[in-house]
Ligand binder design. Sequence first.
Ligand SMILES: Cc1cc2nc3c(=O)[nH]c(=O)nc-3n(C[C@H](O)[C@H](O)[C@H](O)COP(=O)(O)OP(=O)(O)OC[C@H]3O[C@@H](n4cnc5c(N)ncnc54)[C@H](O)[C@@H]3O)c2cc1C
Length: 388
Amino acid sequence: MSQPLNAATGGKPQIVILGAGFAALTAIRELRRLQVQADITVIAPTDTLVYLPSLIWIPAGLRRGEDLKVPLADFFAKHQVRHIQARVDGLSTDGRTVETTAGPVVNDLLLIASGGRYIRKLPGIENALIPCEGIASAEAIRDRLAAMERGTVAIGFGGNPKEPTAVRGGPMFEFLFGADTLLRRQKRRDKIDLVFFNPSPRPGQRLGPKAVDGLLKQMRKRDIKTHLGHKLVRFEPDKVITEGGEFPADLILFMPGLTGPAWLDQTELPRSPGGFVQATATCAVPGLKHVYVAGDAGSFPGPDWMPKQAHQADLQAQTAAQNMAEELKGQPGLRHFKPELICIVDTLDAGMLVFRNNKRSVTLPRMGPFHTMKRMFEQHYLKAYRTR
Ligand SMILES: Cc1cc2nc3c(=O)[nH]c(=O)nc-3n(C[C@H](O)[C@H](O)[C@H](O)COP(=O)(O)OP(=O)(O)OC[C@H]3O[C@@H](n4cnc5c(N)ncnc54)[C@H](O)[C@@H]3O)c2cc1C
């Protein structure tokens, strides 16, 4: 048995969680399910969850920005969580003191769940809309598409050359197919060209070869042009330039690769090649005591298809919470998280389902019920946070 875990603070053990997104909230639920006897403090700039997976439906008007914002004050009250409205901007070498814009906060156990950051290095990136940055970007796409009389919309994503798993392609396929379905419904598709671009000749490889075939087939079927296999050089206000040529674009939607949060630069936390917090299979940060990481902020050991996804963030957060609970009992936290990819690539009227774990890789072709399932899952998922 090791020392009780209240050395840093005295009294009840103090768990501090950085962020209030998918991983952070799942960890809170799991800690309270396990009935840990500890105070929980969340440090995050807002007490609102934005349900990012449904941003893809804003351009077609299937969701409004307001629909995707879930206030968390009641959830925090129900789970006895103290929210400090602040941004983290540093961490002491031993991990016990978090520096924040509201002052230092000490902890006995720390969970880093402050998400990732998009790499904005590509020259001319200001000429592109980055749809995944949040509600405002998705609304800007909606408005730009609505105002467009004719022209070309270019949609693509990049990666992080130092960490191939730090890519977010799924939503870009969804914005692409969603725009096609919407423009056809509005009988405007003949006036607006859609071009999909990616440095890989076979984009979306993390979903598996069958899924890539299905996505490319869907593009051909919908008369979506492709510009694949060429490294991106830069964006201009009216064109996309790659090492393999250029093409005109009146609207560019681009998802850059991901890296770790900027505040890590002010710390001595171990970093992965791509800039994330290094993690072990138990979601612990190697070399530090009682420090865990979950979700997009971390770099985890696992198969090369392991996604940066809300679902994966939830699985890591559950494991981190279980290991923290073990530590509070004086036991080592030895559980390993489960790598798993589950994704419905939505096309506004249907969807393709992809599931991968260490045993199985399943791709089911595009079908109407998968769109309905994705909508139902949103309602089910958010029920835990819409406590009113
Ligand atoms: C358009 C879109 C569609 C997606 N679709 C899917 C999908 O269908 N399925 C799926 O599984 N995943 C999907 N994802 C991915 C999913 O949203 C992310 O993987 C998930 O949000 C990661 O969770 P997280 O908790 O690690 O980080 P986040 O959800 O990004 O949460 C980070 C939290 O940290 C806070 N924070 C940031 N900086 C600081 C700081 N300095 N100090 C304190 N707090 C800070 C933020 O405010 C936020 O509360 C999608 C993402 C996008 C953008």
